[in-house]
Design a protein around this ligand. Structure first.
Ligand SMILES: [Zn+2]
Length: 105
């Protein structure tokens, strides 16, 4: 996936789920990446990764819908990770990391 395709894919994802997502991290400088605990090989350094928080709004994904979210992400991106930040009455707050390249072995 090229940087252009990654950017276009992110824009498509953001436009589709605009009422549920907040972009929290895109491209990072080396200093910023170290400050937030990013690995030295982070794709954020080359603009090939973004992070989002899925808001725990009334319209948000429920715990039961998480499998659907994983399917959406796996269809769009070469790799992604989900981090559970907490949950309230069955509505989780989730951070999503997506990147335009597979994880290194
Ligand atoms: Zn990330």
């Amino acid at each position: 996936m090229t940087a252009e395709v990654f950017d276009a894919t992110c824009r498509e994802f953001e436009a589709t789920y605009v009422d549920r997502l907040t972009l929290t991290s895109g491209i990072r400088s080396t200093d910023h990446n170290q400050a937030v605990g990013g690995v030295a090989t982070s794709k954020h350094l080359i603009g090939m990764a973004r992070d989002y928080v899925v808001e725990s709004k009334e319209s948000g994904w429920t715990v039961e819908a998480l499998e659907g979210l994983e399917t959406i992400l796996s269809d769009l991106f070469p790799s992604f990770k989900l981090y559970h930040l907490g949950a309230s009455v069955g509505r989780p707050t989730i951070q999503i990391h997506v990147q335009g390249a597979p994880y290194a072995p």
